[in-house]
Design a binder for this molecule. Sequence first.
Ligand code: 13P
Ligand code: SF4
Length: 358
Amino acid sequence: MTADLQTQEAAPNKAAMVPPKFQPLEMPELEYTPGLAKEMAPIYERVKNVIPSVEWPFFAPYVKAINDLKKERNAVILAHNYMTPEIFHCVGDIVGDSLQLAREAAKADADVIVQCGVHFMAETAKLLSPEKTVLIPDEKAGCSLAESITGADIRRLREQYPGVPVVTYVNTSADVKAETDICCTSSNAVQVVESLGVPEVLCLPDEYLAQNIARQTNVKIITYAGHCEVHERFTPEELREYREAHPGLSIIAHPECPPEVVDEADFSGSTSGMIKWVKENHPDQVMMVTECSMSDNVAAEVPGTDFIRPCNLCPHMKRITLPKILESLLYMKDEVVVDPAIAPRARAAVERMINLPL
Ligand code: 13P
Ligand code: SF4
């Protein structure tokens, strides 16, 4: 039996233990009728530049069913910037980078959070919204960075570097966050490191993010060999070739890329920082050196800009699809829980970052 089948078969037993309002619901009709086409036309307007009209009849019934079900479950959908446009623009209620999603979800007046992103993001949402039911449409949506380090690795590093504070990227499990002094994101990492007022810090687990931070501060940064499998694939040669082929091209890169790739870029920032840069600068032609779906999402909103897509897909993010989101809301799966033995310490590391006056 495959892991997928085990998950599906487990659902009815779990459902029997949940309150009546969370009981499994019937699968709705998913037909693209003329009436549905008319009703969904305003939503298609948002994505017509990036979703071909021949694909819309497949997506539209799911979008309608999911948006109806959100009301029934009193649910909000968090959609990370790397979700595909039919998720990001058509069913997402709160969109943004990993930290923005968790912060906004904590403020939302909802019983249920559906995390359209990867597992560490769902855990962060659960840490900041412990009273809400947090679902992820595919619990196997992992992350190469988050999987590169464990809580035991941090305990070993603390022995190796006694007294050196540990700053970890939010792209980590709750187990790792629980061993951490303070979390950071790609947008606030330098400020978090400097806020500690110490001469050296351990900056984990993304080696390239840590090296990119080290160039912007006098604090000594001790790195770890974790990498994002999407961003580590970009090379400076590739970026130079794109520049030669497209004179006047603007290049913006995520700081999970190697420093020599960031050196070739005109700007580097978190996913939300990159989106802001495009919206503020309106370049004629831009290449976003990051996961490909983000270019589609921005292209839907910035029609005057031509996007050159080097296209590295995150296989974990791409596990999240409209059919799985619908099943998630129908059957209330896969629920994300954080071990109560570690949750308070993990939450404290995230909250220390959030509470910094940045
Ligand atoms: P941010 O959206 O926080 O920049 O993170 C990028 C990323 O790789 C998330 O998986
Ligand atoms: Fe992890 Fe990289 Fe995928 Fe983000 S893009 S979820 S860091 S593997």
